[in-house]
Design a protein around this ligand. Sequence first.
Ligand code: NAD
Length: 294
Amino acid sequence: MKIGFIGLGIMGKPMAKNLLKAGHEVVAFDITKANVENVVAAGAKAGASAAAVAAECPVVITMLPNSPHVKTAVMGAGGVLEGAKAGTILIDMSSIAPLASQEIEKACAEKGVKMIDAPVSGGEPKAIDGTLAIMVGGDKAVYEEVKDLLLKMGATAVHCGTVGAGNTTKLANQIIVAVNIAAVAEAFTLAKKAGVDPNLVFDAIKGGLAGSTVMNAKAPMMIGGNFEPGFKIDLHIKDLSNALDTGHGVGAPLPLTAAVQEMFSTLHADDCGQNDHSALAKYYAKVSGTKIGK
Ligand code: NAD
């Protein structure tokens, strides 16, 4: 099948390549030319615009930073809805505000385009392996139509409810990841300051109840002083901002989310916005005067 792929950043590039490996034709578009060239070198065809991609592909995937970028690429001038025919399926795999997903779906429905939201968890390593966790919102019949395609990029796909439910699930995921990283940074800073080697703390506790996928991925980065992204602090600020807005909208207080958001904001102001989110360790270094690692 011919698949349109719009947004070829850290995540979109390996996801598009996995579709190529699975034997699909991929027509790719990104406002950053070098990213298009990268997937063209792997066998994709370059599309001239989001509209041009949608004009030739029955299924179009978007993997963009946030709600405004998806709105521009879908509803803006030269966007997907300018090129798409009735019956086209749009799968937005970006992590955006659930209300924005609903707004975009409404605009799509007016043109007969079927849209679902399908954000992912797992980061670049799982995007490369094709083992992302995919959370879907929207018409179940559309989800069933594209489930096999999603599983070329992910290990699991779960239909979570109506449109926007995928992104609500992703916000829950992002709260758990952020608070878990902050807890790891806080605990390892305590250990270091109290004179216990963080490497030994990690070895001692990773198999117990405190162990987590987050700790396994992020504690070694904190200990090594390696904050290359991965997942950038600025993107996590975007997700927690969407979570706080959604929480305020539905009346769900999010005190832990708010606390970690302020830590991320401090790091952003310190020019660390492009660091991996494990750089929450730098926040604790600043307030404690002690670095976990190098
Ligand atoms: P990225 O910044 O690396 O890539 C985004 C790409 O979108 C860039 O290549 C940019 O040029 C392109 N773009 C922006 N506006 C555009 C437009 N109007 N038309 C076409 N292209 C446009 O971001 P990423 O890390 O690949 O993340 C993409 C989405 O996936 C985000 O919503 C992010 O929160 C989510 N996500 C990221 C990770 C991760 O670990 N990086 C993990 C899970 C989910």
